[in-house]
Design a protein around this ligand. Structure first.
Ligand code: HEM
Ligand code: HEM
Length: 188
């Protein structure tokens, strides 16, 4: 099986990174919403511990994904798409990658600044990124919340663009991020 990307399709490794991270990011929002509803106590600590562990996992996967992308160029946008779409796709993909790195870092720094340990599924404890400090805690807390909203909106826009390519433009943009090998027939 060919693992790398080709000129017109993302390879299985790039696809696995993409869809695993999508599932984990959705889980992060679900856990954060649940944490919002919980009173202080064991259930809240457990939910946040899981949220932190999955967040650190997303950070690691995003780094590995970018390394894989670096040694393995992604397929270019279809030449039928207008120039503004090439630019919009480029900017939004860079922003999504940046958020996948900065969101977990802000979360981690928020916890460090509050003097809460960050452990990875209880297996090991990560070092504190910043010293305990109330102002820093408030900054990273606020930042984590605002960037969460930005990530949410951008991911919706991104998914809507993928669906528009598939159902309206009827090109291969969505299919090439999916494991199936169906190519669009020509319209004629
Ligand atoms: C891509 C990864 C992540 C996403 C998408 C994400 C998303 C969110 C969202 C949407 C919230 C709710 C915001 C609010 O109402 O305050 C939240 C809260 C929180 N996140 Fe994350 N997060 C991620 C990673 C992390 C990591 C790695 C940590 C810590 C190591 C972390 C720690 C927290 C904590 C402690 C809260 C609760 C804040 C509070 O006290 O209200 N997050 N996260
Ligand atoms: C948490 C949600 C998501 C994140 C963070 C995300 C992130 C990304 C990133 C960073 C890329 C660029 C890949 C690269 O070229 O290196 C990408 C590509 C892509 N994503 Fe997502 N994605 C998300 C959800 C979705 C959803 C729900 C869909 C489908 C409805 C989707 C469809 C696609 C497609 C089709 C591409 C390839 C675009 C192209 O060929 O230029 N994504 N995604």
């Amino acid at each position: 099986m060919r693992l790398k990307n080709t000129a017109d399709k993302y390879g299985p490794i790039a696809q696995l990174f993409h869809w695993t991270i999508v599932v984990l990011v959705i889980t992060q929002f679900a856990l954060a919403l649940r944490a919002d509803d919980l009173p202080r106590g064991a259930a809240l600590l457990k939910t946040l511990a899981l949220h932190k562990s999955i967040g650190i996992t997303i950070f690691t996967l995003a780094v590995l994904r970018l390394l894989w992308r670096w040694v393995n160029p992604v397929p270019p946008m279809p030449s039928t798409a207008p120039r503004w779409q090439h630019l919009a796709a480029r900017i939004s993909h860079i922003a999504l990658y940046a958020l996948l790195l900065v969101m977990p870092l802000f979360g981690w720094m928020m916890s460090s600044a509050r003097n809460f340990p960050v452990s990875w599924f209880g297996m090991f404890t990560l070092p504190d990124l910043v010293p305990a400090n109330k102002a820093a805690y408030e900054f990273f807390h606020e930042g984590h919340e605002i960037l969460g909203i930005v990530l949410f909106l951008l991911a919706i826009l991104h998914a809507a663009a993928a669906l528009k390519h598939h159902f309206i433009d009827r090109d291969d943009v969505l299919m090439r991020m999916l494991p199936w090998n169906r190519k669009r027939r020509s319209e004629h």
